[in-house]
Design a protein around this ligand. Structure first.
Ligand SMILES: Cc1cc2nc3c(=O)[nH]c(=O)nc-3n(C[C@H](O)[C@H](O)[C@H](O)COP(=O)(O)OP(=O)(O)OC[C@H]3O[C@@H](n4cnc5c(N)ncnc54)[C@H](O)[C@@H]3O)c2cc1C
Length: 271
């Protein structure tokens, strides 16, 4: 897919390409991109043209920059004895350490139910362990996910090469806070009666909470869209996905994306 711009530097059309080299062109008056925190900057950067030599909507140079994810760790507490019957495993969340407090100089993040793990799920992370053992651990486990805030850094970025291949560079921030969050969560799980606690941190491959790469702001020199989600450069272009996040918080993003999209539709006069 490629964005086509026209005379007054507005979006004129979007062209879709098929694997067999056919394409079709869609024209319109207004365009809303919502391809996500990686695909949106890819589309904007890949659509560069003579009017927009650094990429569409990229007068600020911020498209693709400020990529944020979350430092994330799986925490699995297991105990010997009978199998556990876990239901509604995603309904528990703890924000006890979310904010700085008397015994924490900085916010640590959020801990939440992970959804049930099985031996097969964690085999890839522990290939040397027999599947039977992993399954036995998971049948007697409670499973959590700890996540901490990642801050926007210009050098954490999505780029796209001439063939359209995406490259992602990410050096997570907040690792000290995250290590403290995991240590506290581990202690809490042990105290709750699960003596065996296993952890697995996720790295750059976990792009599920990707955001920040077309950030929202009032300064056209430092952001890609204005507070209504409208491009500073192309006035008939809006972005309504996680790429407009100026910060990542330390919680799952989907509800914020939904709320922001409704707000963009409303304030931008799109509905
Ligand atoms: C395994 C997993 C579990 C998750 N669990 C949770 C959770 O429990 N809670 C939560 O809040 N969040 C969760 N997330 C994160 C959440 O799914 C994302 O943050 C959210 O979906 C991002 O929304 P978005 O609108 O930015 O992009 P997306 O939801 O990725 O939507 C982008 C859409 O654009 C389409 N697209 C992309 N490129 C193009 C193109 N060039 N042309 C046409 N279409 C295109 C894609 O096919 C997709 O449909 C999870 C993510 C994963 C991967």
């Amino acid at each position: 897919m490629r964005i086509e711009t026209g005379e007054k530097n507005s979006v004129q059309a979007v062209r879709f390409f098929y694997p067999d080299k056919r394409s079709h062109r869609v024209t319109g008056k207004i365009f809303v991109i919502a391809c996500n925190g990686i695909e949106t900057p890819k589309l904007l950067l890949f659509s560069k043209d003579d009017r927009n030599p650094n990429g569409v909507a990229n007068g600020s140079g911020m498209v693709g920059r400020n990529y944020m994810g979350h430092p994330t760790t799986f925490i699995i507490g297991s105990r010997p004895g009978r199998d556990l019957k876990i239901t509604f495993e995603k309904t528990l969340g703890l924000n006890d350490w979310y904010r700085a407090g008397p015994d924490t100089p900085y916010p640590l993040g959020n801990v939440q139910g992970l959804g049930k793990l099985f031996g097969e799920t964690i085999k890839a992370a522990r290939p040397w362990a027999p599947l039977g053992l992993l399954s036995a651990i998971c049948r007697r486990s409670v499973d959590f996910l700890a996540q901490s805030e990642d801050l926007p850094l210009a050098d954490n970025r999505v780029t796209v090469d001439p063939s359209g291949r995406i490259h992602l560079r990410w050096k997570p921030t907040g690792l000290k806070a995250h290590a403290e969050l995991v240590a506290r969560a581990r202690r809490a799980v042990r105290r709750a009666g699960f003596p065996f606690v296993f952890t697995q941190s996720l790295g750059i491959v976990a792009t599920s909470h990707q955001c920040g790469t077309a950030r929202m702001g009032v300064d056209a020199g430092d952001s890609v869209v204005d507070p209504t989600g409208r491009s500073h450069d192309l006035r008939n272009l809006w972005i309504a996905d996680s790429s407009v996040f100026p910060s990542s918080a330390a919680v799952n993003p989907a509800l914020t994306i939904a709320a922001l999209s409704l707000r963009i539709a409303d304030r931008g006069g799109l509905v």
